[in-house]
Design a protein around this ligand. Sequence first.
Ligand code: BES
Ligand code: ZN
Ligand code: ZN
Length: 488
Amino acid sequence: MSNLPQPVAVSEDATSLACDALLLGAYAESGSFALDERAAAVDAAMSGGIARFLTSSGFKAGQGEVVVLPGSDGIAADAVAIVGLGDRDKADSTTLRRAVGAAARRLSERASLGVCLPTSDGKTGAVAEGLILGSYRFTTYKTEAKPSKLERLLFVGASDPELERASIVAEATCFARDLTNEPASTLTPDVLAERARGAGDVAGFETTVWTEKELRDHGFGGLLGVSAGSEIPPRFIQMRYAPSKSSRKVALVGKGVTFDSGGLSLKDAANMETMKTDMGGAAAVIATMSAVGRLKPDIEVLAFVPSTENMPSGTAIKPGDVLKHYGGKTSEVLNTDAEGRLILADALAFASEQGPDAIVDVATLTGSIMIALGKKSTGLFANDDALADELVGASRSAGERVWHMPLYDMYRKELESEVADMKNVGSRWGGAIIAALYLREFVGDDIPWAHLDIAGAARAESDYDENSKGGTGVAVRTLVSWIEQRAR
Ligand code: BES
Ligand code: ZN
Ligand code: ZN
């Protein structure tokens, strides 16, 4: 990633702050705009110049709409940028994060931004997150990279701790985006493991990586089966953040398929185009650990990433093959493209043995969830309604779209197999539910578990809100908020 801007609190007031642009807010009101109170004070210092300019430019203050005008007598900033925040009644932290994400893209030619936006109810942190996330660009392979020039976000009237947390969370999200955007031939399972290890060294969590031999010794038949068609060996990445004495413990599991060709049940060219993204769950989990290591909540957090390619070849698993998972359950593989659940099965069974209070897995698991919820939201499945409610609550405060889906038992029979304990696919209908029902079988008895299907939300088809086209780093913010809540 290119350098991300740093948020800092400044002691100057908005009018005396020297910066390339001063960012102010306005609400949509009766077909026109109404300046936010802090913007109105700057407007007064400029003798009404802002309001006159906005009126003449037809500004309606729609969410993320931006107008820039030159500075003038009365303020020290070189320019003033007004961002639309939409309806005042609906302008919460989430709206603000989304609006300034778009503004960050519009203002990417400036180095320093003075920020003077609404501050109530945690809005400052959301604004800092939105500005950092909106500045993200994946430039690694551009010979003429055009990174955002935003370097300094000067927050008027903010406190350092909320800015510190926001930059940790936003940087972790951008780390997940980087992992997701990296091509599959460079981000292989061993490279993913090294990136996790590197993050652990910096943020302060332990990493243990199992190679093929250890996977064989421990009976990870699902992961080994999926990797059988690939020239590149699989990895099982284990991470652990442990504060000195905490009685609480949760586990995360992330799907780390670095490329999903479908295997012998080969995808067509169009459906394969974006399949480097199939480790988006792993990216979210590793990045969450990097944020957790820096935020130091009072709770032990374990994380597990089974990682492999899914490739067709003479050594690949074949439809009809049977795999034996960690823990002993067997799966009949009828479609090799339903590979995510096969590797998650091993990891969920393993995670269950570590005695966590709860397990949350994150996976780009099914095309079906995109049919149900579209490409910008996450489906949540859980064997425990209280855990589901916690996660939906965390997603709301983090500003991510997560919807609680049903785990209807009546569909379970679709997974019955003639030859093994289960088959890995049912019918097409309700495919995301059936996939979740399959996963549930591998979770230890009485362990609250939730599954986030991020197949749609892990990738943005174009810039929207705080997301840039490509990997979104979705679920990092929800997981971090949830872990913080659990630590309280
Ligand atoms: N990685 C895909 C799911 C996916 C699809 C993620 C589109 C992101 C975008 C997964 O491994 C897969 O191929 N699932 C199949 C399952 C089916 C064969 C039961 C699917 O959803 O079509
Ligand atoms: Zn697949
Ligand atoms: Zn997949």
